[in-house]
Design a protein around this ligand. Structure first.
Ligand code: C2E
Ligand code: MG
Ligand code: MG
Ligand code: MG
Length: 278
């Protein structure tokens, strides 16, 4: 055994591995318990029309406050739920929460919900989503499902079926994090997508790098040509906002406009937004 034989590096490494493995089982065990006890919250980030400034909807972002570890980010617990086979029940619970909140908003506001890659290529996903929102009383036309390109690429045949199932029901589909991974223009041609979300990594560079601005301009032009909307994510400065608007980007979200908000702050935010536009 490495542990018995070696001292120093290997022992440390092996102990570290054990710790990581242990922490992983603890957290995935806790994840199961958290699902059972409904210990998740949804935060909602406003999405606005860049031309008019009007509020157009919110993206739901999952939050988990772990009793000992504190707040665990979705980038950590979503992949964990995928690996431990818990993503379907977790996602159902999150969508139900988000849809219940969205039902009470003015009816022109949409709810964007992130679908995990592991679900996009599962048969039955579209039906599961439809039955949840119907149950919650949220019309399909007010829901927008965000898919990442990796999800769409994993199993194109099933993903295509999921997407057309959702689209047929009147649910909108957007391609999230566009440009960050292995985006293929072929997908844009073949899939029933309504929106493209330009990844934050482009928005970060849009003011300082002419080449980044060119690429964003080309994505927006392509969206216009394909009759899709374009949403920029991670807008942090007024300069980025102005640049995106000048390039013709339709919508945006980011800390400049608002961070993701707890559910109880939404009604106030919506009221202020409506007053500003009126
Ligand atoms: P995403 O869908 O691309 O969401 C955007 C992320 O950027 C969110 O991080 C959001 O809080 C953050 N963000 C928004 N504006 C800004 C900004 O101006 N600056 C910076 N630095 N960040 C900004 P979050 O909430 O940590 O979520 C991370 C990812 O986790 C999401 O990326 C999404 O892929 C995934 N995720 C979140 N909630 C869910 C969920 O309910 N289900 C699934 N399957 N995935 C989720
Ligand atoms: Mg998203
Ligand atoms: Mg994104
Ligand atoms: Mg992202």
């Amino acid at each position: 055994e490495a542990k018995a034989k070696a001292r120093g590096g290997i022992v440390l490494f092996s102990d570290e591995l054990e710790r990581v493995a242990l922490r992983h089982t603890i957290v995935s065990h806790d994840l199961r318990a958290a699902i059972e006890s409904d210990a998740f919250q949804m935060a909602f980030q406003p999405i606005v029309d860049l031309r008019t400034g009007a509020l157009s909807g919110f993206e739901a972002l999952a939050r988990w406050r772990h009793p000992e570890l504190g707040s665990v980010p979705p980038d950590v617990f979503i992949p964990m739920a995928e690996k431990s086979g818990l993503i379907a029940p977790l996602s159902a619970l999150l969508l139900r929460r988000a849809a219940r909140a969205a039902r009470d908003w003015p009816s022109h506001l949409t709810l964007s919900f992130n679908l995990s890659a592991a679900q996009t290529d599962q048969p039955g996903t579209a039906l599961a989503i439809l039955s949840i929102i119907e149950d919650c009383g949220l019309p399909p036309s007010r829901l927008e499902i965000e898919l990442t390109e990796t999800a769409v690429l994993a199993d194109l045949a099933i993903a295509t079926r999921t997407i057309s199932g959702l689209a047929t029901a009147g649910i909108h589909i957007s391609l999230d994090d566009f440009g960050a991974g292995y985006s293929s223009f072929g997908q844009l041609c073949d899939l029933a997508l309504d929106k493209v979300k330009i990844d934050k990594s482009f928005v970060d560079r849009i003011v300082t790098e002419r080449r980044a601005a060119s690429i964003v301009g080309a994505i927006i032009g392509m969206c216009d040509g394909l009759n899709m909307q374009c949403v920029a994510e991670g807008i942090e400065t007024q300069a980025q906002f102005d640049k995106l608007r000048a390039l013709g980007c339709h919508k945006g979200q980011g800390y400049l406009i608002s961070p993701p908000l707890p559910e109880e702050e939404l009604i106030g935010f919506i009221a202020r937004a409506e007053r500003k536009v009126a």
